[in-house]
Design a protein around this ligand. Structure first.
Ligand code: SF4
Ligand code: SF4
Length: 497
């Protein structure tokens, strides 16, 4: 069946029956030529800001692209003189009361009002009166995560519709009309949903800001790196915005198969784990007289590790379900050749109050969050690994590999416990040695999410400190093994544990 066709500025495109003009423009990837404030593809259409008006041939008036159905043979002009004049009028109207505080506004650099004013707005103002100023609402706490500056609000109501249609928590509303129209919280509880960062993301101006990022960085210094959130089994698509190898924030990256336009707040701030000054990024090894492992070199640590693994009768390799599938496969393939005794390989999760397998996982709400707070339980299961069980018995050495999300097992696993991956200083006290590894942000790989979708990701930043990839450490172990087959007798190892 032939699809209906629509013409935008002389170019003809197919669209799906039921599309609005804006949706047809999105399909044709020309939607950026149609400015919008109240329209957002993840929210119901409001059609209130009038910024997206376009000229439709044979229609007497300009039409809003967001709410007008597309029809076969429609001819649209998105940049005609009439359209541009209308947009200039909307901009002039919106700027009557908007403060001229771009230099001190956190949204500068990613503000629709700023960008559209440059593109369509009048360069001078005819407004002679005093601007309306909200004194008390100029830095109003909407919650411990969000701050409102009502002076900057342009009344698009995206924030209100988000709490009505996405979280269905109805915390925000507009009070009064016209000049006095003010965004309010419905009651003293303020905003309490678990997806508040999205409100700051979709606010087209700097009226609502997310406290975790507020006044932290000018956005033009940031490089957006596509990545995945590893905070739960959903595996939401994100941008990790980094500057000089330090991630400054996460933002939702549209992925209609997984997270749509949104991410949860816990995931949004989870990047702090990886830049935590307490994170172990130096090889650590505990000496005979030491209660906690101390900094050492990779060579000393690998030598010691090989000796322990060679002397042990039973070695446990416990792989966290936050390991990438590639890391887990590498460990499963190479470690047996570096161990003389029996090597038992099991998986470990322990998040969400006792999740160990994908069967223990469940939705936490009707939007995104999952009980399993690791990103790859399904992927690890597909490699044939089973969770550690009491019947697995005792071990001489236990290696626990994880990417920073799986919990630490409560019970001691072996006489010598070794941590491998992402750990912090307080966790490291328990271990005889720590091999610092890479976080999701620092490596490439794949995770299989709660719905069985395999998602690949690339490194967003370089590794921190002396943290190294699984491949690099395994290569180091193999090289050491070949160069020093007498590893078990080397003097260097005798000084430790
Ligand atoms: S606070 Fe932002 S999202 Fe909410 S109505 Fe005002 S401009 Fe729109
Ligand atoms: S729902 Fe899960 S994967 Fe998505 S942002 Fe939240 S923690 Fe991250």
């Amino acid at each position: 069946m032939t699809k209906p066709k629509i013409t935008f500025d002389g170019q003809t495109f197919e669209f799906e029956p039921g599309d609005t003009i804006m949706r047809a423009a999105e399909r044709a990837a020309i939607d950026q030529g149609i400015p919008r404030f109240c329209y957002h593809p993840g929210l119901p259409v409001a059609g209130t800001c009038r910024m997206c008006t376009v000229e439709v041939e044979k229609a007497p008036k300009l039409m809003t692209a967001c709410s007008t159905p597309a029809s076969d043979g429609m001819v649209i002009h998105t940049q005609s003189e009439r359209v541009r004049k209308s947009r200039a009028g909307v901009m002039e109207f919106l700027l009557l009361n908007h403060p001229l505080d771009c230099p001190v506004c956190d949204q500068a650099g990613e503000c629709s009002l700023q960008d559209y004013n440059y593109e369509y707005g009048p360069s001078t103002s005819r407004f002679q009166e005093d601007k309306r100023v909200w004194v008390e609402a100029s830095t109003k706490k909407l919650s411990d995560r969000l701050t409102l500056n009502m002076n900057r609000c342009i009344h698009c109501e995206r924030c209100v519709r988000f709490t009505e249609d996405v979280t269905k928590t109805h915390e925000l509303l507009m009070e009064n009309r016209g000049w006095k129209k003010e965004l309010m919280t419905a009651d003293d509880l303020g905003v309490f949903n678990e997806y508040q960062g999205n409100i700051a993301d979709i606010c087209p101006v700097g009226a609502i800001t997310f406290n975790d990022f507020r006044f932290k960085k000018r956005v033009w210094f940031l490089k957006p790196k596509p990545s995945l959130c590893d905070g739960c089994a959903r595996g939401c698509s994100i941008f990790a915005d980094e500057e000089k190898n330090v991630v400054q924030r996460y933002r939702a990256r549209r992925n209609d198969q997984v997270n749509g336009h949104w991410i949860c707040d816990a995931g949004r701030v989870s990047y702090h784990t990886y830049s935590d000054p307490q994170r172990v990024v130096q090889p650590l090894l505990r000496g005979l007289a030491q209660s906690a492992p101390q900094a050492t070199t990779w060579e000393t640590l690998i030598t010691w590790l090989l000796r322990e693994m060679n002397q042990a009768k039973r070695v446990l390799l416990l792989i966290g379900t936050d390991a990438s599938s590639e890391e887990a496969a590498n460990l499963m393939q190479i470690l047996p050749s570096l161990t003389r005794g029996e090597l038992v390989i099991r998986s470990w999760n322990g998040t969400g109050e006792g999740v160990q397998s994908s069967g223990d996982d469940a939705p936490v709400d009707k939007i995104l969050r999952r009980r399993d707070q690791t990103p790859n339980t399904r992927g690890i299961e597909q490699l044939g690994l089973h969770p550690l069980a009491a019947r697995d018995g005792d071990f001489d050495v236990a290696l626990f590999f994880r990417s920073g999300r799986a919990t630490l097992p409560a019970q001691k696993l072996a006489a010598f416990e070794i941590a491998w991956g992402v750990f912090n200083q307080s966790e490291s006290a328990r271990f005889a040695a720590v091999l610092p590894g890479l976080s999701t942000l620092e490596k490439a790989g794949s995770y299989t999410n709660c719905e069985g979708l395999v998602q690949t990701f690339e490194a967003a930043v370089k590794s921190h400190g002396h943290a190294a990839s699984v491949k690099k450490i395994l290569d180091g172990m193999r090289t050491m093994m070949k160069a020093h087959p007498e590893t078990a007798e080397r003097e260097v190892a005798r000084d430790f544990v």
